[in-house]
Design a protein around this ligand. Structure first.
Ligand code: GLV
Length: 332
């Protein structure tokens, strides 16, 4: 008998075809997602699940699972899954790193440029018919080239962002819980600094940290007050890394000049105060949303699921301890 996999939401058809070659597929097939109760129910008799960042795998959901070998998340972030609970239960968890690195950094830089150079305000101005004449200071914004970029989180996406900054002749400062190897610092021309120094000196602060207890509200009122009045904040990581109410206040009262946000504290809800402001560019969590990348993310999650079902180590496994605790692992 073929193993069974649940796919909780719509993904790219190539990934469904690949899964169907190897397993029986219970495909929810819509964009609605499943509630925790529906998840528990649909996962009865399944050996794998291909999930998305909107599916909540709490410890309670995980503890209720019987026979599930892997939760294969179609995202690089995995704050929707209680990974320690999965590890305790011997359930593998995988994510989709690498395939989205450059695409996500492209979008973070696009938000930075859009916010600095007022691209969206310009678009709205032209569309509204208010453009009557060229004037010397019409929608003047902030230069990006030769300015200082401050990056929180020097993982894959942080590094890709630093490369983009280099292309714009920027000085790049970074802060992370762990300092990057010297070879990376040299290659990217980046300087490790304290959180305070980064906030005080950067013209652009870009967030590339995972959502963890230690990074929740990493940027709050105190941090926003340390930033330059002319600085801009870019967030393509996870909404709760920023205190959204404090950010709305900072933007409204001009403690900082602007922001570009792709992620929010309670998606798809957006803080009502942010929606009123002109100095923030808002996007609906689409930093990794290129056709090729979303297809690759779907495929990688499917490959992770099939590997686990065939007794192979999933290519992008997050909890090796769960793999090590299995009885007779075969190397990929
Ligand atoms: C998107 O936010 C991801 O984590 O892949």
């Amino acid at each position: 008998m073929k193993p069974s996999v649940l796919v909780t939401k719509r993904i790219y058809p190539e990934a469904i075809e690949y899964l169907e070659e190897h397993c029986d597929v219970d495909y929810a097939g819509t964009d609605d997602g499943l509630s925790p109760d529906e998840l528990k129910q649909r996962l009865r008799g399944k050996q794998a699940v291909v999930s998305q960042l909107t599916d909540r795998f709490s410890a309670a959901v995980i503890d209720s699972l019987e026979g599930v070998r892997i939760i294969a998340n179609v995202a690089v972030g995995f704050d929707n899954i209680d990974v320690p609970a999965a590890t305790r239960k011997g359930i593998l968890v995988s994510n989709t790193p690498d395939v989205l690195t450059e695409t996500t950094a492209d979008f973070a830089f696009a938000l930075l440029l859009a916010a600095a150079r007022r691209v969206v305000e310009g678009h709205q101005f032209v569309h509204s018919g208010r453009w009557r004449k060229w004037t010397i200071d019409l929608l003047v914004g902030h230069d990006v080239h030769h300015r200082t970029l401050g990056i929180f989180g020097m993982g894959r996406i942080g590094q890709a962002m630093a490369r983009r900054g280099r292309g714009f002749s920027m000085r790049t400062l970074y802060h992370d819980a762990v300092r990057a190897p010297e070879s990376i610092e040299r290659e990217l021309g980046i300087e490790f600094v304290s959180k305070e120094q980064l906030l005080k000196e950067a013209d652009f602060v870009s967030l590339h940290v995972p959502l963890l207890d230690a990074t929740r509200k990493l940027i709050g009122e105190a941090e926003l007050r340390l930033m330059k009045k002319s600085a801009l904040l870019v967030n393509t990581s996870r909404g709760p890394v920023v205190d959204e109410a404090a950010l709305a206040k900072a933007l409204g009262e001009c403690w900082i000049a602007g922001a570009g946000l792709d992620v929010f504290e309670r998606e798809p809800e957006v803080n009502a105060e942010l929606l009123k402001l002109a100095n923030v560019v808002l996007a609906p969590h689409i930093a990794s949303a290129s056709i090729d990348t979303r297809r690759e993310m779907s495929m990688l999650a499917a490959r992770n699921a099939v590997a686990a079902l065939e007794g192979r180590r999933p290519p992008t496994l997050l909890n090796p301890a769960a793999w090590d605790s299995r009885s007779t692992p075969k190397e990929a």
